[in-house]
Design a protein around this ligand. Sequence first.
Ligand SMILES: *[C@@H]1O[C@H](CO)[C@@H](O)[C@H](O)[C@H]1NC(C)=O
Ligand SMILES: *[C@@H]1O[C@H](CO)[C@@H](O)[C@H](O)[C@H]1NC(C)=O
Ligand SMILES: *[C@@H]1O[C@H](CO)[C@@H](O)[C@H](O)[C@H]1NC(C)=O
Ligand SMILES: *[C@@H]1O[C@H](CO)[C@@H](O)[C@H](O)[C@H]1NC(C)=O
Ligand SMILES: *[C@@H]1O[C@H](CO)[C@@H](O)[C@H](O)[C@H]1NC(C)=O
Ligand SMILES: *[C@@H]1O[C@H](CO)[C@@H](O)[C@H](O)[C@H]1NC(C)=O
Ligand SMILES: *[C@@H]1O[C@H](CO)[C@@H](O)[C@H](O)[C@H]1NC(C)=O
Length: 472
Amino acid sequence: MASLSSTLLVTFYLTFTLLLLLLCSHVVTARYHHHGHRGHHNNKKQHKHNSHISDPPSISPEPSPSTGDEGVYDVRSFGAVGDGVTDDTEGFKAAWDAACQVESAVIHVPVGYTFMIQSTIFTGPCQSGLVFQLEGTIMPPDGPESWGSNKSKRQWLVFYRINELSLQGGGVIDGRGQEWWNLPCKPHKGPNGSTLPGPCDSPIAIRFFMSSNLTVQGIKMKNSPQFNFRFDNCKNVHIESLHVTAPIWSPNTDGIHIEQTSNVEIYDSLISNGDDCVSIGAGCYDVDIRNLTCGPGGHGISIGSLGNHNSRACVSNITVRDSVIKQSDNGVRIKTWQGGFGAVSGVSFLNIHMDNVRNPIIIDQFYCLSKDCSNRTSAVSVSDIEYSSIKGTYDIRSPPMHFACSDTIPCTNITLSDIELLPAKGELVLDPFCWNAYGGQETLTIPPIFCLLEGNPPSVFENNDLGYCSSS
Ligand SMILES: *[C@@H]1O[C@H](CO)[C@@H](O)[C@H](O)[C@H]1NC(C)=O
Ligand SMILES: *[C@@H]1O[C@H](CO)[C@@H](O)[C@H](O)[C@H]1NC(C)=O
Ligand SMILES: *[C@@H]1O[C@H](CO)[C@@H](O)[C@H](O)[C@H]1NC(C)=O
Ligand SMILES: *[C@@H]1O[C@H](CO)[C@@H](O)[C@H](O)[C@H]1NC(C)=O
Ligand SMILES: *[C@@H]1O[C@H](CO)[C@@H](O)[C@H](O)[C@H]1NC(C)=O
Ligand SMILES: *[C@@H]1O[C@H](CO)[C@@H](O)[C@H](O)[C@H]1NC(C)=O
Ligand SMILES: *[C@@H]1O[C@H](CO)[C@@H](O)[C@H](O)[C@H]1NC(C)=O
C-alpha cells in the first residue's frame, strides 16, 4: 500500500509539473483572446471587447481630448458626498438618469471616497455603451437594522433592462454582510448548527435582470450579505478579473449565480467565499469559464440545483477549463432534485486542479436539503458530460468521484480521461461511487473506476415530451 501510494505521488508530481506547463501555454491563448488590457482611459470603447458582441456601427466619433470630460458623470457633481456616512442614493440615481440619456456616457465613482447607497434599481433602457466606472468604494447601509423599512431586503443594487453596460474599474464593493450572516435563521446560528426562527431575507449584492451585452471587469467585491452577483434573463455577459471574497463560513454567499442566461464568459477571476463559487441555474447555455480560482473554502462550481418542485430545467454547452479549486466542499458538481424535467447536456470540465477538495467530481441526482425527499420517477436527465485532466488532491471523507444518477433516467455518456486524484492525507479511496451511470474512460483513472456502466442503458431512453429541451 505504502509503495503504491508513493509511486502514485511521484506520478502526481510529474503530472502536476506538466499541468503547470500546460497552464503556462494557456497564457498565450488567453492573452490573445482578451485583446490586451484596458485601463481607466479610453473606457468608452471598453464594452466592445467581448468577442461575441460585434461593434455597433460607429456613429459618434471619440470625443477629442479637449472635451475629455464630456460624457463623464461624476457622482459628486450630482450631490453624492462619499464620506461613508451620508446617504448618497439620490446622487447616484441622478447621475444614472443623466448618463442613461447619453450614448457612451461614463458614470464616474472617484477613488478615495466611500459612497453609501440604499437598495436601488438602476433602470434602462439607456443609450448604448454606458460605463459605470467604479474607482472608489460603494457600500450599502450597515445591516438589516439600518436597511430602510420599505426597501427590498432581497437585493441591493439592480441593473434592469439595459443593453450594453460595463461595470468596471479598480474600485471596491463592500457588502457589509456581517449582520446579515448573523441573522437567527442562518444555519450556524442555532445550537449545534441548527437554525432558529426569525427573519431571513438577505440582499443579493449586485443583480442584473433582463439585460444584455454586459461586462463586469476588475471589480473587487467583499463580504456580500448573500449572493455576490446574480444574472437573470440576460444575454452576452463577460466577466473578467473579478475578485470576490467572503468568509468561508458566510452563508449563501455564492460568487456568481446565473439563471436563464446565455452566452456567458467568466475569465481570470478569484472567488473565495462560503457557498458556490459559480452556480449555473435553469435555462443557461453557452457558458465558458476559464482561469477561475475558487477557494479557499466554498462549494466549488455547480450546475444546479435543477428541477426543484418538479420544475423543468434545460442547461447545455457549459465549459469550465484551466481552473483551480482549493479546499472546497465540492469541485465540479451537477446537482438535480428528484421529480424534475428537462436535461443537462454537453458539459466539459477540462484541466482543473483540485487542492484538498471534498467531492472533486460529483453528479448528484438525489439532491435534497431535508434528507427525507420522497422517491420520484422523473428527473432532469444528465448526458454528454466530459471530465478531462482533473488532477490534484481530495479530502478522503468523500470518494473523489461520485456519480449518483436517477433510478429511472440514468446518466449517459460520461467520459473520463486523464483523471489523477490523490488523497490530501490518509489512505487512497479505492471505490468511487456510481449508481446508474453510463460512460467510459479513455485512459486509466486514479483512483481506478470500475463502476461506470459501459455503453448505453438497455432500454434506450428517448427524450419524451417531458425531457424535451429545445436545442439552443
Ligand atoms: C447586443 O449587442 C449586439 C451587437 O451590438 C446587438 O446586435 C444585440 O442586439 C445586443 N443585444 C440585445 C439583446 O440588445
Ligand atoms: C418609504 O419610506 C419613506 C420614509 O421612510 C417614505 O417617505 C416613503 O414614502 C416610503 N415609500 C414607500 C413607497 O412606501
Ligand atoms: C447539542 O449537542 C450536544 C452533544 O451532542 C447535546 O448534549 C446538546 O443537548 C445539544 N443541544 C441542543 C440544544 O440540542
Ligand atoms: C489567471 O487569472 C489571474 C487572476 O486571477 C491572472 O493574474 C492570471 O494572469 C491569469 N492567467 C492567465 C493565463 O490568463
Ligand atoms: C457553445 O458555447 C460557446 C460559447 O461558450 C459557443 O462559442 C459555441 O458556439 C457553443 N456551441 C454550440 C454547439 O452551440
Ligand atoms: C428510494 O429509493 C432508494 C433506492 O432506490 C431506496 O433505497 C430508498 O429506500 C427509497 N426511499 C423511499 C422513501 O422510498
Ligand atoms: C458524448 O459526449 C461528448 C461530449 O462530452 C460528445 O462529443 C459525443 O458526441 C457524445 N457521444 C455520443 C455518442 O453522444
